[in-house]
Design a protein. Sequence first.
Length: 216
Amino acid sequence: MAEIQESGGKKSNSKQKKMTVRVDFTPMVDMNMLLITFFMLCTTLSKPQTMEISMPSNDKNITDEQRSKVKASQAITLLLAGEDKLYYYEGEPNYEDYNSLKETSYQADGLRAMLLRRNRVAVQKVNDLKKDRDDLKITEEQYKEQLSEIKSGDDTPTVIIKAEGEASYKNLIDALDEMQICNIGKYVIADMAEGDEFLIKNFESKGSYGAENLAQ
């Protein structure tokens, strides 16, 4: 509340009285506490985000040969190298021919386009399944169950992700994000083999040699 106080004594010859205005801010303290309490109760705290990573099965009934064997026609191996470079080969590796290695990028027209092309059947099924869920034809539990079956189907590709020591953590996260975007249900993170490093080294050497010849 504002109060007006007169200052100085009364003088008969004074034409105008001097007054001091004092504003009481005590009620503002209560108002600030109410606002703080309101925002604390109404604000949603940030929730930790998790990323699902499919790892090799631990089923004891599966032999080591069956666990490591992947159909050549469905296997895609991603090789994450330094300087944001990304290579891949399809099927079984041919370590004697570096021409089997292909280079792509983390952009939408690179890795994502390739994965969507290889997984187009499953992607179409997932889109139809989402439409049924949005139209309330199936429940959320049915959606999750059928989605898992589609992603792990026999006709879906298996992606093997391998990273060099020079590859950044961001490169790995970007590759894992594309697995979710492209509905890849079977993917693993594996160690880089010596043959994979040989392919990358010779592929890059080929590119440097070609550039030198072009400059000449």
